[in-house]
Design a protein around this ligand. Structure first.
Ligand SMILES: Nc1ncnc2c1ncn2[C@@H]1O[C@H](COP(=O)(O)OP(=O)(O)OP(=O)(O)O)[C@@H](O)[C@H]1O
Length: 529
């Protein structure tokens, strides 16, 4: 005997508490489906019922489903006994042979196939007792009559059923509450996302001006692009704002605290471009007295903008692709690879698919660069933006030049809206600068202050993808490269002459950035006419 007068023996059985261990197994279920699994396992183990099923009602209350089975049984399909039990709200018991004969529902037939016809089937609707949710589902048991019949009168079984229902209702409520909270969280996050995106888009609108739907949509897309790590490819005619947009992506992205580095691939001779991008170590080539970090290194953690990517030499394209695929680069003359983490934004005014057809651009690089492609609309496609842009450029001119109160009357706005602007926003900006310079403080710009429209300036081929008409047959061409060079030189010379040497206008009329034209002039030795 112990100090407390209890017999020192193996723990006594406590028949009155015999069901507690089973109850505990039920209570430990974390979800309605786990509870059903545990309940069925108990019935099989403790009552020896080999065939026991528990079906649940869906949220509409019109369909019965079973865990682990995709099929749904309609509650108004009286070819299966569950519909009867649910509709009547009462337990029913019937002979299995008779049931299989009368109820020809294929799922019911399949589920009971092979069971002895002499067995009985008990179908018991399960109801939540807390009044929150009426019907939960159905318990279906099949077995010999002597095993099933006493159950309806058995207090322990009825207690088991009641416990199952209460736990089920409680767990279902918990689950619904969790789902509701998750939905709330999602919609709140969505609303926050929406508000955040609107704010960023509005921030962009202070720099990327214009109220047209096309520019509004472009700003929204920029915000989306900025949320990702994708490479952005900007296509659009010269002067449509590709560089401005590239900076915009950087500024509203998570990398905005990092550097923004830009390079024009057309303006730098091929031999220097590689070193500019990759950098070099000391002694990499003659004249490399010190090592120098390239743009990849300088833009690490930020954004690298490659303008006029269509002009990048093929050999360099292959190297760029490698950097993009591997996130690593090797400075010229260096042994070690360096890791780089940046967003690439590339831009071109040339239709790259045509460059690919010509064999001048790698298709694999095009797809890698164009993970998030964006096309910038030409100014003539959004003339409604001209007044706001013109006003902003007048204000900007006054600020820069310390001038005051230059106005823009309706007549001049009408004249501006009627122009074609092959040089797009850049042309509008230059034109406004010129007109402001021709106007006194306190006066409105007169339509006559606008420079004449460039005669028949060609539309940039980014918009049209037009192939120029083939020149007349040239039997005396024996060196294609040279002939093309001569043709280019003649064309540029003519354009410069037409615009009195004004490179900005000549570049615009040829659909070239000014820097590219300057580079070509140097290459073709057109600097001194
Ligand atoms: N939506 C805009 N709002 C305000 N300014 C703009 C807009 N679009 C372009 N600009 C201005 O037009 C000029 C040309 O823009 P930008 O250099 O970005 O064009 P681009 O498409 O990169 O030209 P290119 O192809 O010739 O390099 C810049 O002065 C820029 O600030």
């Amino acid at each position: 005997m112990s100090d407390h007068g209890v017999l020192d023996a193996a723990p006594a059985e406590a028949p009155a508490l015999a069901g507690m261990a089973e109850a505990l197994r039920l209570v430990e279920g974390h979800s309605p489906d786990e509870l059903r699994r545990r309940g069925l396992a108990l019935l099989r183990e403790r009552l020896g019922l080999a065939w026991a099923r528990c079906l649940f009602l869906d949220a509409s209350g019109r369909w019965l489903g079973e865990d682990g089975d995709d099929a749904w049984l309609a509650c108004d399909d009286f070819r299966h006994p569950y519909a009867h039990a649910i509709r009547r709200g009462e337990a029913m018991e019937l002979g299995l042979g008779e049931a299989r004969l009368r109820l020809d529902h294929p799922a019911f037939q399949a589920a009971t196939e092979g069971l002895p016809a002499a067995w009985r089937l008990s179908v018991r609707p399960l109801r939540a007792r807390d009044g929150k949710r009426e019907w939960l589902g159905v318990l279906a048991l099949a077995g010999p009559a002597e095993r099933l019949a006493p159950l309806a009168e058995c207090d322990d079984f009825l207690a088991f059923e009641a416990l199952l229902c209460r736990l089920w209702a409680w767990l279902a409520r918990q689950r619904d509450e969790r789902r509701h909270q998750a939905r709330l969280r999602d919609s709140l996050a969505e609303a926050n996302d929406g508000a955040r995106r609107r704010t960023l888009s509005e921030r962009l609108a202070q720099r990327i001006l214009g109220d047209s739907p096309a520019i509004g949509a472009l700003r929204d897309q920029l915000v989306r692009a900025a949320e990702t790590h994708l490479a952005v490819l900007l296509q659009g005619e010269t002067g449509t704002g590709k560089e401005l947009v590239a900076r915009g992506v950087h500024e509203v992205s998570a990398r905005s605290d990092g550097p923004f580095m830009a390079i024009n691939c057309a303006a730098i001779p091929e031999s220097l471009l590689e070193a500019e991008l990759f950098g070099h170590v000391k002694g990499a080539f003659s004249g490399a007295e010190r090592s120098r970090e390239g743009l990849f290194g300088q833009a690490d953690g930020g954004t690298l903008f490659l303008d006029e990517i269509g002009d990048m030499p093929l050999a360099l394209q292959a190297k760029l692709l490698r950097v993009l695929e591997s996130g690593r680069y090797r400075p010229l003359g260096g042994d070690d690879e360096r890791k780089v983490d940046l967003r690439l934004v590339a831009a071109t005014h040339q239709p790259l698919h045509r460059r690919i057809r010509e064999g001048a651009f790698r298709a694999d690089l095009y797809y890698r660069l164009g993970q998030f492609p964006l096309t910038l609309p030409a100014l003539r496609e959004r003339r409604e933006d001209i007044p706001a842009l013109a006003r902003a450029f007048v204000d900007d001119f006054c600020r820069r030049e310390g001038r005051e109160d230059i106005g823009l009357g309706r007549a001049v706005l009408r004249a501006l809206e009627a122009r074609d602007f092959p040089g797009n926003v850049r042309e509008l900006r230059n034109l406004i600068d010129y007109a402001c310079a021709m106007t006194r403080d306190g006066e409105d710009i007169a339509p006559e202050a606008l420079p004449d429209e460039a005669p028949s300036a060609p539309v940039d081929d980014a918009a049209t993808d037009a192939t120029p008409a083939p020149a007349a047959e040239q039997d005396d061409v024996f060196d294609l490269r040279r002939a093309l060079r001569d043709y280019e030189a003649t064309l540029i010379r003519q354009r410069l002459a037409r615009f009195d040497g004004n490179r900005t206008l000549a570049a615009e009329s040829l659909g070239l950035p000014k820097r590219t034209l300057a580079h070509k002039c140097r290459q073709l030795q057109l600097d001194s006419p």
